[in-house]
Design a protein. Sequence first.
Length: 294
Amino acid sequence: MAKSRELKRRIRSIGKTRQITRTMEMVSTSKLKRASDRVKAARPYAEHLAGVLGRLIDPSLYERFPLLRQPKQVKRAAIVMITSNRGLAGAFNTNLIREARSLMAKLREKDVQVELHGVGKKGISFFRFKRQELGSARLDIGDRATMEDAASVIEPLRERFENGELDEVWIVYAQFRSALSTPPAAMRVLPVKPPESDDAPETGRSKWQANFTLSPSAEEILERLLPLYVRNSMYRALVETAAAEHGARRTAMKNATDNAGDILDTLNRTYNRARQAQITQEIAEIVGGAAALE
């Protein structure tokens, strides 16, 4: 009898857990749709912006623009690591933290001083537990990041890069390929690497410079577009990580719901067998008692 009561308690407990995970799966599915729409809306602008830079930049401009200047030796680098503020997303945050630690190790092997900047509670909590000093910690950026949020994170680092205090700036984020594919990635945003343009001429001069008269000049356009390109790279990393988080959480909650259903099926069968055995035993005792009275 005690075993049946214990099984019933477990069945009720797991049933309630399955309701919670199922609800969280539905919420994540709804949020994933909106987040993926923001990613899709951001990509065309980023691609066109990269195309413009790819046509305007040529090697002769590297020393004239601080954001293009390639350091002869990297001595100091900054890493912006983006994680989520919430858990229950499977290995999502663990993979991002592992990617950040791997990048830090690679840079330190080259005798580069690395400073870490965290965006998101999970990553910040991990490195604080490991007693890793953080250059900054941002907990106020949610899953609906704006261009202003991106600027507030990357602009101080961009200014330090222009002043020569940093030689490289990296972003560790989650690529949103699909709801089931959200691999971590490390992207170097400073110095700016000229995006490849399909119609870039072999002469070294920009196609636009060769065939068009630009007003203002290409140099003035670059001076405005380069900081915008850096901010947009940060923005894309934020929105892609947010979408990837919802995709990972939806997958994790779906797996948890399915596993809870499998456990419930097993427990129900066990309970039914135990109940059937108990009823059989009671019938046998009744029959045995009646036979003894005859």
